[in-house]
Design a protein around this ligand. Structure first.
Ligand SMILES: Nc1ncnc2c1ncn2[C@@H]1O[C@H](COP(=O)(O)OP(=O)(O)OP(=O)(O)O)[C@@H](O)[C@H]1O
Length: 612
């Protein structure tokens, strides 16, 4: 290949600008964040050459209707003509990117990618910048358009050092230029900035960040300022919080406030925390800054050690972030541990609302589990109770590992005062297994439905003989459902039957149900799979000899009646246990109902016929 065959990629500039400005950021509103960040960086840059320099940012709104204009002014480092050509006019070039510093993740600036300014094209068809560098030289004007063209000229008047950016809103973006919106957004992004941010509109001037939440930067101070901290959280995060936990890391370079959510939350809901970098809000939806178990809090975090991605919606998943995440998790855990020692009521309140989050942490951290186990709630045959109460009643806790197993046995187990915990919900069976490691003199044992039948009373042989014929009829009626009948005595007496599935029969039922719903080919594969189950695939229908209906069925003189009654009891037991019924079982139920109605009507008619 010769050199003449080599070409350079061509860039469709306006296409690139379109992509960067419209698709990198999740919403046009971020243009204001990007402008504020540039102003902040410019002030940081000036303070580096003029130690002790005090910056300020001024935002001015003018015009009305569709002619709204915003001006964002800073008294930062400014740009020379050469800077403009090098940094402003070259997309992807940034004055803030010291490669060595970036490599170490250490830079005093927020920006680094050289694209943030493009976000302004989401709300305006032109960016006008007037700037004066602290290094001297003439004041400059730069005008950029989304088609990739720009003009640059020297101004006749000399401005004071700093930069003014002017944007005129497009009709669709006018909302982002209205006073109320801008006031709120400036507070939102700049509430922590250490210099004044003022808004000028309709002849009125106001300082947006007048309240300075110094407790956010030094969170240990937050403890004594509860109402202020809660009010600030409500204003920024939009929820009425009642509790919070201050967070600090060992390095002291990241910290914040974890607000406890005032309502229960779903495990799958993504938590998004607000993160301030160098005191400027950069990320509104940082999901990865706290450990996964911490979904009961919404945090305001500040950091000067993490690196945001270009969209600023996340932070780079690197070792530093891992370290920060684990330290913030430790601080949160420590906050809860302190409550377990000295403020148990406060902790109990949190656990009541956020048991799932607490369980998620307890599964990972046995020491934490030890501290809080007594307040964790579990579903049990004695109701939805705290573990501490249950442990006072019994030293051995039986637990199931699925909700289905629990459903099968809870009637009988509770009637016999047997304490069984429903371990079918997420984390519960793991917590039951590890409970003996954290609580003294406690045993836990997994229980299966078949084992509950051990606590049934056996029927004496002579009584069993009396039921022999009825049981044979029952067995043959249930044969096609792979179920066998068994007589036992159990409480409650008004429960006529109890249906239990072994692990194998449960799998078999699932296979059968699936083969009903799939194609012929697949269903024959499932069919051959299910034929591999032998006697183990049988379920059991326990008939309660203490129940009057069962007594009548077992001693019925009508041999035609017995199988139908047994089949009906079988489908009834399935319904009670919330088992999905297959086609055959549904047919049995329908036919049985019709038959019983018919029987009932005939029985009523007979005496009347006799009277006639
Ligand atoms: N207010 C300002 N004062 C001084 N220089 C500025 C200002 N705004 C922008 N610049 C210059 O323009 C360059 C490009 O800005 P832009 O916002 O596009 O990217 P960035 O801030 O460098 O990086 P990022 O894309 O991460 O925000 C900056 O690197 C800076 O040199």
């Amino acid at each position: 290949m010769t050199a003449s065959n080599e070409y350079r990629f061509q860039v469709n500039l306006s296409g690139m600008i379109q992509i960067l400005s419209n698709h990198l950021y999740s919403s046009p509103k971020v243009f204001l964040r990007e402008l504020m960040q540039n102003a902040t960086d410019a002030i940081t840059g000036r303070a580096e050459v003029e130690p002790g320099f005090m910056g300020n940012v001024r935002v001015e709104l003018t015009g009305s209707g569709e002619q709204l204009t915003m001006m964002v002014e800073d008294n930062g480092i400014g740009l020379t003509e050469a800077d403009i050509h090098e940094f402003l006019a070259m997309i992807g070039q940034s004055s803030k990117r010291d490669p060595q510093a970036l490599l170490q993740g250490e830079t005093s600036f927020i920006g680094r990618f050289g694209i943030g300014l493009l976000s302004c094209f989401m709300v305006s068809n032109e960016i006008v910048m007037l700037t004066q560098s602290v290094k001297g030289g003439p004041s400059m004007e730069w005008r950029g358009k989304p088609d990739g063209t720009y003009t640059i000229r020297q101004l006749d008047t000399q401005l004071s050092p700093g930069t003014k950016v002017y944007l005129r809103s497009t009709p669709e973006a006018a909302h982002y230029f209205e006073k109320e919106y801008v006031q709120q957004a400036l507070f939102y992004y700049g509430a922590l900035l250490p210099y004044p941010v003022t808004l000028h509109s309709e002849g009125v001037q106001s300082i947006v960040n007048a309240e300075s939440p110094d407790w956010l930067i030094a969170p240990e101070r937050a403890r004594g300022r509860k109402s202020e901290v809660l009010a600030f959280g409500e204003r920024l995060l939009g929820e009425k919080f009642q509790d919070f936990i201050p967070l600090t890391t060992a390095s002291g370079r990241t910290g914040g406030i974890a607000y406890v959510l005032p309502h229960a939350v779903n495990l799958n809901v993504k938590r998004s925390h607000r993160v301030y970098l160098k005191r400027m809000l950069v990320s509104e939806k940082a999901e990865n800054i706290l450990p996964e178990w911490a979904f009961f809090v919404k945090c305001l975090i500040w950091t000067d050690e993490l690196q945001p991605t270009a969209s600023r919606e996340h932070f780079y998943e690197n070792e530093k972030l891992e370290e920060v995440r684990s330290e913030l998790g430790d601080a949160l855990r420590q906050g809860l541990a302190d409550m377990a020692e000295t403020q148990t009521e406060r902790l109990q309140k949190i656990i009541r609302l956020h048991a799932l989050s607490m369980k998620a942490l307890a599964v990972e951290d046995l020491e934490f589990y030890r501290m809080i186990h007594r307040w964790l709630p579990f579903d049990s045959t004695r109701g939805h109770r705290e573990l501490g109460e249950l442990l006072e009643e019994q030293e051995t806790l039986y637990f199931t590992t699925t909700v289905d197993e629990y459903r099968q046995i809870h009637h009988v187990a509770s009637a016999q005062s047997m304490l069984v915990i429903n371990g079918g919900y997420i984390y519960d069976s793991s917590l039951m297994e590890s409970l003996p490691m954290v609580a003294e003199n406690v045993n836990t044992e997994r229980i299966e439905p078949d084992e509950v039948s051990m606590s049934f009373t056996d029927v004496p042989p002579d009584e069993r003989n009396r039921y022999y014929d009825a049981l044979r009829l029952a067995d043959s009626a249930l044969q096609r459902f792979r179920c066998r009948a068994e007589v036992k005595g159990f409480k409650p007496t008004d429960l006529p039957v109890l249906f239990t599935l072994s692990q194998e029969s449960s799998t078999l039922r699932a296979l059968e149900k699936a083969s009903e719903e799939t194609t012929d080919l697949f269903s024959s594969v499932l069919g051959s799979l299910s034929s591999g189950f032998g006697a183990a695939g049988y379920s059991t229908l326990y008939l309660n000899v203490n129940n009057p209906v069962i007594q009548r069925v077992l001693t019925s003189p009508d041999p035609q009646m017995t199988p139908i009654a047994i089949e009906m009891l079988y489908v009834n037991a399935l319904m009670m246990g919330h088992y999905p019924m297959n086609r055959q079982e549904l047919e049995v139920m329908n036919q049985g109902i019709v038959r019983f109605i018919d029987w009932g009507l005939q029985a009523n008619r007979k005496p009347q016929e006799g009277n006639e």
